[in-house]
Design a protein around this ligand. Structure first.
Ligand code: PMP
Length: 330
């Protein structure tokens, strides 16, 4: 019989797929690491598993304990799935701007979701930050993973994503491109690849225009899951050789092309990372092997990026100029 003991065994070992159409006219081989093949549907399953197992070993998370994290996104899904399998409770805190679909995914795994008002100051007792801190203090057996500062976030990539890419490319990878959110993916994977290649592999970060990693002020943008308005400790600034800033419009148009031209229904941060990878590939040769990591699936963005009306409202449809409405609407 061929089977896995549990869904947890399916985390990692995701496939590499060559991009054939969006790369037309470019010399290098461009390969996508498709992270939606993880059981929770995103790259974040890797860090969820590593953070939880490290907390079990250190005794911070005890049998029957409760995981409390301010997240509504992919990290929440990864934590909820691993917690459910291991018998922990989960409480996620998220702002009220988060879509009900995302909240319902977390509840479907059995997690509790506390929704906080967006329109209050961070210092307000009902703010997203204060509510999660209070829940950690007041819940017996509570543990907060804190993906922004937890060293097991980058370590999970150093131990899984990096070695997988080195083996899958038979050591021929020359460039690694990833979006930067907490910075865990690029810092851990990039560090491994640099060490394995004696510094030969170049590491390129992709960042939304406006985010601090590419020198922005932290101004708003629409790409989800990437970019920051502060510098998290999970990000090791010494790893990336270059950071490429990508606009919302370019990222979302590429996201739509990936579905239509490559059969890859992926999220907006994936389109952003591919734009950066193709820009880097323009100056490279036929022996170069560029790997771009695609964090999640496009299913979570059907009413936005894959919705023509939504795209048109922002002026993101092909050949339309930006209306400049992004800042107003946000
Ligand atoms: N894309 C998406 C959709 C994400 O959820 C995340 C995680 N925040 C990232 C990219 C960036 O990954 P990292 O946090 O490892 O930098």
């Amino acid at each position: 019989m061929q089977y896995h003991e549990s869904m947890i065994d399916l985390v990692g070992d995701t496939p590499l797929v060559k991009l054939n159409r969006v790369t037309e006219g470019l010399a290098p081989t461009v390969l996508a690491k498709v992270e939606y093949f993880n059981p929770g549907g995103s790259v974040k399953d890797r860090i969820a598993l590593r953070m939880i197992e490290a907390a079990e070993r250190s005794g911070e998370l005890k049998p029957g304990g409760t995981i409390v994290e301010p997240t509504s996104g992919n990290t929440g899904v990864g934590l909820a799935m691993v917690a459910q399998q291991k018998g922990y409770k989960c409480v996620f805190v998220c702002p009220d701007k988060v879509s009900t679909d995302k909240i319902n995914v977390l509840r479907a795994y059995g997690a509790e979701v506390v929704v906080c008002p967006t329109a209050v100051d961070p210092e307000h007792p009902d703010s997203y930050y204060n509510v999660s801190d209070r829940l950690v203090r007041e819940t017996p057996g509570a543990w907060k993973p804190d993906q922004y500062s937890n060293p097991n976030n980058p370590l999970s990539h150093y131990e899984s994503t990096g070695p997988e890419l080195w083996q899958q490319t038979d050591g021929r990878i020359t460039h690694f491109v990833a979006g930067v959110g907490t910075g865990g993916t690029i810092s851990g994977t990039g560090r491994y690849l640099k060490e394995a290649s004696d510094g030969r592999v170049k590491v390129i970060g992709a960042d939304p225009e406006g985010s601090v990693y590419s020198g922005g002020s932290g101004r708003p943008y629409l790409i989800e899951g990437v970019g920051e308005d502060f510098w998290p400790t999970a990000y090791d600034a010494s790893v990336a050789d270059e950071i490429i800033a990508v606009s919302d419009k370019d990222a979302f148009q590429m996201t739509r092309r990936l579905a239509r031209e490559e059969g890859l229904l992926v999220g907006g941060s994936c389109g952003m990372a591919v734009v950066a990878a193709l820009r880097a590939a323009e100056s490279l040769g036929p022996d170069d092997v560029v790997v771009v990591l695609l964090p999640d699936s496009g299913r979570g963005y059907l009413s936005k990026i894959f919705n023509d009306d939504w795209m048109a409202d922002y002026g993101f449809l092909a050949d339309e100029g930006s209306t400049g409405a992004v800042a107003d609407v946000l």
